[in-house]
Design a protein around this ligand. Sequence first.
Ligand code: ADP
Length: 144
Amino acid sequence: MTKKILVPIDISETELTQRVIAQVEAQASLDDAEVHFLTVLPLYPYYATLGARYVADLPVMDDLETDAMKKLDEIVKQFSLPEDRVYKHFAEGAPKDKILELAKTIPADLVIISSHRPDFTTYLLGSTAAAVVRHAECSVLVIR
Ligand code: ADP
C-alpha cells in the first residue's frame, strides 16, 4: 500500500523553514509516498462568535478558500515532489481538529509538522503541534 504523509501548512507563515521541506522530501522519497498538504482557515468560527453583523461583513467563504488555495499552491511549489503524488486540501475550523480529522480519513501513515511558527522561538511546542502529537493515531514527525 502507498504510504501517505500529511503536511499541515499555516499559510500565514510565509517563512517556511527549509527543514520541513527537506524532511518532507526525504520521507516522501523513502517510500515513494503520497504527500497531502492541508491548510485550515480558522477565521470564520472566530468571527461567527462575535455575532451576525460581523459575519455579514466577511468576504464569502468561497473567495477565502480560493485565496487560501492559491497561497497553498505557492508554498507547495517550494517542495520538490512528483506532481502525481501531491494532494492539496482545504478545511475551515479549528486547525488541530481538522488536521486530526484528515489524518484519520486519508488515512495518513505519518504527519510532518513544525513545532511552532518560526517567529515564536520561545515556545518548545505550539498548541497545534502539541495536540496533533497527543491525539494522532499515526506517527508524527515534529520538526524543530
Ligand atoms: P504556534 O502556536 O507557535 O503557532 P502551532 O502549533 O500553532 O504553533 O503551529 C505549528 C504547526 O501547526 C504549523 O507549522 C503548521 O504545520 C500547523 N498549523 C498551525 N496552524 C495551521 C493552519 N491554520 N492550517 C494548517 N496547519 C496549521
